[in-house]
Design a protein around this ligand. Structure first.
Ligand code: OAD
Length: 239
């Protein structure tokens, strides 16, 4: 992060008539939530194919359950950090139009963001994998079966071989079409189709991430640093 890049981003946000933010696990690590692909990320210890797929849900429920239970329990006692709070403040001030997030932790909404498209669903609610009836996360954690049909419960997250929730995806596409600035925060941009969103804008693009992403060259502005610290610095420049 340099003074110059921070100032440029602050200027772009102030000049934009519509800014859309795409976030990933890196915005929540400062809250204490592990990401997926960094040294301490989930996928360094667990093969996603064995736990985060429809196949795992069907054929290896004990492992599927243990993984999502661990994810749910890892969120206990944690809360949004300054990065989430600044994005919510910018939305309230009319500076951010929408957030499209790959995160399932619900922290953007907890921080006060209102227009949030949860591209990968939410880990804070559950449903029956058989009949689709709504269920509580507590029932999922306790391994209760569906009271209606006896089916297995699952969190409302998107598994690897599933399509994204169409309302969230459509909302994100429409927001990107309106945007003249797309700001990406805390994602390695490894996962499709979420990683195709920044390229769909006709406006400027900026990325804030701790490490280089696989798409840095495609952005108009790249800032390497911690999301909370960079967003606080940008916010400070805007007054
Ligand atoms: P990743 O773990 O792939 O990437 C997170 C990025 O955030 C990494 O490049 C880190 O360097 C960066 N990072 C970590 N802490 C940061 C901080 N404090 N400030 C800024 N950057 C930081 O996570 P995602 O890109 O979100 O999907 O992963 C995308 C999807 O892959 C997830 O939604 C999940 C996963 O498999 C599903 O489960 C369907």
């Amino acid at each position: 992060m340099t003074l110059e890049t921070v100032k440029t981003l602050a200027d772009w946000i102030q000049a934009a008539s519509s800014t859309v933010v795409l976030t990933g696990a890196g915005i929540s690590t400062e809250s204490g939530v592990p990401d997926f692909r960094s040294k301490s990320g989930w996928w360094r210890n667990v093969d996603p194919a064995t736990v985060a797929t429809a196949d795992a849900l069907q054929h290896n429920y004990p492992l599927f359950h243990a993984f999502y239970r661990a994810r749910i329990e890892a969120l206990k006692g944690l809360s949004p950090n300054v990065g989430h709070q600044i994005l919510a403040k910018w939305e309230a001030a009319g500076r951010v139009d929408a957030i499209a997030t790959q995160n399932v932790d619900g922290f953007h909404q907890m921080a006060g963001s209102r227009r949030v498209y949860e591209l990968h669903g939410s880990i804070r609610s559950a449903r029956c994998s058989n009949c689709g009836a709504s269920a509580s996360v507590e029932d999922f954690v306790a391994q209760r079966s569906c009271p209606h049909c006896g089916g297995r419960l699952r969190p409302n997250v998107v598994l690897f071989d599933e399509t994204l929730p169409q309302d969230a995806w459509q909302g994100a596409l429409e927001a990107i079409a309106r945007a003249d600035l797309v700001l990406v925060v805390g994602t390695s941009l490894n996962v499709s189709p979420a990683n195709t969103l920044p390229a769909l804008t006709r406006g400027k693009t900026a990325v804030i991430n701790l490490e280089p992403t696989r798409m840095d060259e495609a952005f108009d502005l790249v800032i390497h640093g911690k999301a909370g610290e960079v967003l606080a610095a940008v916010d400070g420049r805007m007054g």
